[in-house]
Design a protein around this ligand. Structure first.
Ligand code: LLP
Length: 438
């Protein structure tokens, strides 16, 4: 059998557009393609609807909560998954009705629950017995009937991903454990408190290239729903299988096609529900798989130096004008990326293996062992692919670097900013020098 060719569907900039963006908006710069993002959402939504007519996609805004991107996700038919009051406020500012948002969090504060309830949030994904008690105390009678409660379950599935991105295993801070009986007690508690219990949720982990964990997560929460119908007489109206597929940070990472993925997950849920009379709306809330591949980060090359390196003989460091503060993922998770020079390689001697480093006060290997043209020089522009998710949303001001701007390549090819770079004024705006400090 001949293997089908792998299609690299990640967005990348042409040399001309990259040069224009860098000269108009500076570097480092996050860049997102509107067309790419919209078509990713459309493909995912169609795949899910085809697999299950009552399928509903939410955009997990933690992946990238830039206002304009949340607006695009909503325009394309997603409801919005928010993980904090801050993300909810941005979704509302983007014009998303509160009842099209749902709120996550393992330790929600009374103030954020009150904000969400007053705004009219669609549903709250409850995570602990303390939260159920808090909601019981906070809700007005009208809110008690209007606000749907979904229980986050820990199905005891251990996915293959970075430990910091696994959430569905039994030993987790998230949700109600099915195996130890907590989940059943939580469902009974909701009914006793007359909360508007709507259904069940699980999220087993992120950047999953093998969908087995999500498949079995879906199966387990569906089986739990059947159990709750038998034991408590509660028929779930809603099940949510959490985040989506992993993405291709490097060419060797090949996630399953979203059509096959949706069929697989839906099939596991349907089989587990068979004969139960439960016919729920089925939710998924992907973040990474909708936005990651639609974004790149542009950097400008500065210092290049080759040093003795015991492990590899000699190492060439290529320093760029950003790093840890705009992309903490290599340091946090050991993530690898695809790094390309925007200008094609005209050098007949080919490429060299280099370590791209940031400009922060860390001995970092931002992008280690990447192939770049051997005539690489200071001033060249590099684009790092697949940085649309968990880069802008996890950026910091470490070393007091301004967080980068985000530019959007519009559908018609025009370029605009959707988030400007931090200014020096706002860098100092929160500082307070107490009276009399010598
Ligand atoms: N739903 C819930 C409840 C989640 O916790 C997450 C991600 C998602 C949905 C979206 O998952 P996705 O489709 O994006 O895989 N900072 C890490 C990622 C942590 C994700 C945590 N939860 C990173 O940079 O990779």
């Amino acid at each position: 059998m001949v293997a089908s060719p792998v299609v690299d569907s990640r967005f990348r900039l042409s040399e001309e557009t990259a040069i224009q963006l860098a000269s108009e908006f500076g570097t480092p710069l996050y860049v997102v393609s509107e067309e790419h993002f919209r078509s990713r959402i459309q493909r995912y939504r169609n795949a899910f609807k085809t697999a299950y007519s009552r399928g509903k996609i939410s955009y997990a805004s933690k992946a990238n909560s830039t206002l304009a991107l949340i607006k695009i996700a909503y325009q394309e038919g997603c409801s919005i998954d928010v993980a904090s009051e801050g993300e909810l406020r941005v979704a509302l500012a983007a014009g998303v009705p509160a009842d099209e948002c749902h709120l996550h969090g393992n330790n929600k504060q009374a103030a954020e629950l009150e904000f969400a309830l007053t705004a009219g949030i669609g549903h709250i994904v409850a995570d602990s017995f303390e939260e159920l008690a808090l909601l019981d105390g906070l809700m007005t009678p009208a809110q008690r009937s209007a606000t749907k409660i979904v229980l986050r379950l820990a199905p005891g599935v251990d996915p293959i991903t970075h430990a910091k991105m696994s959430t569905g295993q039994a030993d987790t801070k998230f949700g109600f454990n099915i195996a130890d009986g907590s989940a059943e007690k939580a469902a009974a508690k909701c009914l006793e408190l007359k909360l508007n219990l709507y259904g069940f949720h699980c999220h087993v982990g992120s950047q999953l290239l093998d969908p087995e964990a999500q498949r079995s997560g879906g199966e387990l929460i569906a089986a739990f729903a059947v159990d709750m119908k038998e034991k408590l007489g509660f028929a779930a109206e809603y099940l949510n299988v959490g985040g989506g597929l992993g993405v291709a940070y490097t060419a060797d990472q090949q996630p399953m096609g979203v059509e096959d993925y949706c069929r697989l997950v839906v099939q596991s849920v349907i089989e587990a529900l068979a004969g139960s009379g439960i016919d729920p709306i089925l939710g998924q809330e992907p973040g990474r798989s909708l936005i990651a591949e639609s974004g790149v980060t542009l950097y400008r090359v500065g210092v290049i130096k080759t040093v003795p390196a015991p492990e590899v003989g000699r190492r060439t460091y290529v320093a760029v004008d950003g790093g840890l503060s705009d992309n903490p993922r290599p340091a946090l998770y050991g993530s690898k990326y695809t790094v390309e020079r925007v200008a094609p390689n005209a050098d007949p001697t080919g490429s060299q293996t280099v370590t791209v480093s940031g400009k922060h006060c860390e001995t970092d290997k931002l992008f280690d062992a990447v192939e770049l043209p051997s005539d690489l020089k200071a001033g060249d522009l590099l684009q790092v692919l697949c940085t649309g998710a968990y880069n802008a949303s996890m950026a910091s001001n470490y070393n007091r670097y301004p967080r980068p701007a985000t530019a959007l390549v519009r559908k018609d090819g025009s370029l605009c900013l959707i988030q400007r770079r931090d200014s020096w004024e706002e860098m100092l705006a929160r500082e307070i020098l107490p009276e009399g400090l010598i």
